[in-house]
Write a protein that binds this ligand. Structure first.
Ligand code: MLT
Length: 309
């Protein structure tokens, strides 16, 4: 008997075949069609585009596994899946390096006005008046020192930055090993962070955790980066802090609504560098993500997830 697996978002699946698995690749499938056909599948594999909500889960009569090709599972209604006994899996390792590298890229681009200068040159303007900021010797505050946050901290140290962190869930020893100054109090860390980056999942606890009050604590001229999830840093508060000149610049890969509306107040700004949720989009990461989530899904469907997933 073969298990039917539906892949709904862009993913590199490679040539490997898995025992008892029949995979249909329907990248970008429309919601209406997905609701019509999902009942035929034992597993669906998504990235962040597909909302696996209660309606979809209810329509998926024989679903046993939801696979998320990536780290974050915030587009999946875990409670609704659990009520039906559906296993939710992610690919926790495959794209961490890519996400960390994009974070550093956004930080440097924001600090040096890279997109701004690129836009001006294309518009025929050779503007050399812009003065950026060096990162060497500056402090980087990291909220969330998990897999991606730790990789960011190592790379930032390689650039000569002093790394601070706030993460109530890691041990002091882990911070010592990473040569990071760990804070119990977020406000205290924010007061010292010339650069700030967030690397937490989007949960009730983290949603909107950086707003007006938190941004006000940063030193004047700070740079803020979000390559984790839209909404961890409140977008309206970010606009206000940039308008007030409190922040020098910001770099964002993620938005509350993706894609953001055409009139989103961050889109027209020169002091913000934006990318389209590309943290995991490297050839290397995508090859690993596809293989990792298919492997885990195959093991789960074949009743053998404990062996090597
Ligand atoms: C993640 O959570 O790992 C990313 O959102 C992956 C992706 O872009 O699909």
């Amino acid at each position: 008997m073969a298990f039917k697996v539906l892949v709904t978002d862009t993913m590199q699946l490679g040539d490997k075949t898995y025992p008892h698995l029949e995979v249909d690749y329907r990248e970008g499938i429309a919601r209406e069609e997905l609701l019509e056909i999902v009942a035929h599948y034992d597993a669906i594999i998504t990235r962040s585009r597909t909302q696996v909500d209660e309606t979809l889960i209810r329509a998926a009569a024989r679903l046993k596994v939801i696979g998320r090709g990536g780290v974050g599972v915030d587009n999946i209604d875990i409670a609704a899946a659990s009520r039906r006994g559906i296993l939710v899996l992610n690919a926790p390792e495959s794209n961490n390096v890519s996400a960390a590298e994009l974070t550093i890229a956004l930080m440097l681009c924001a600090a040096r006005g890279v997109s701004r200068s690129d836009r001006l040159i294309r518009a025929g303007k050779w503007d050399r008046k812009f003065l950026g900021r060096e990162v060497k010797g500056a402090t980087l505050g990291i909220i969330g020192l998990g897999r991606i946050g730790s990789l960011v901290s190592r790379r930032a140290q390689g650039l000569g930055m002093q790394v601070l962190a706030y993460d109530p869930y890691i041990s002091r020893q882990r911070a010592v090993d990473l040569k990071v100054e760990l804070f119990d109090d977020l406000a205290e860390m924010l007061r010292r962070a010339n650069f700030l980056t967030v690397h937490t999942p989007l949960t009730e606890e983290t949603s909107g955790m950086i707003g007006d009050a938190e941004l006000a604590l940063l030193p004047e001229g700070a740079v803020v980066v979000n390559a984790a999830r839209g909404g961890i840093i409140q977008e309206e508060a970010l606009v206000r802090a940039l308008d007030a000149g409190k922040l020098f610049a910001a770099g964002l890969d993620v938005f509350v609504l993706e894609p953001p509306a055409a009139d989103h107040p961050l889109l027209g700004r020169d002091d913000v560098v934006l990318t389209a949720h590309l943290g995991a989009n490297t050839a290397e990461a995508q090859a690993r993500v596809g293989a990792e989530i298919l492997e885990r899904t195959a093991l789960a469907l074949n009743g053998d997830l404990s062996r090597g997933a």
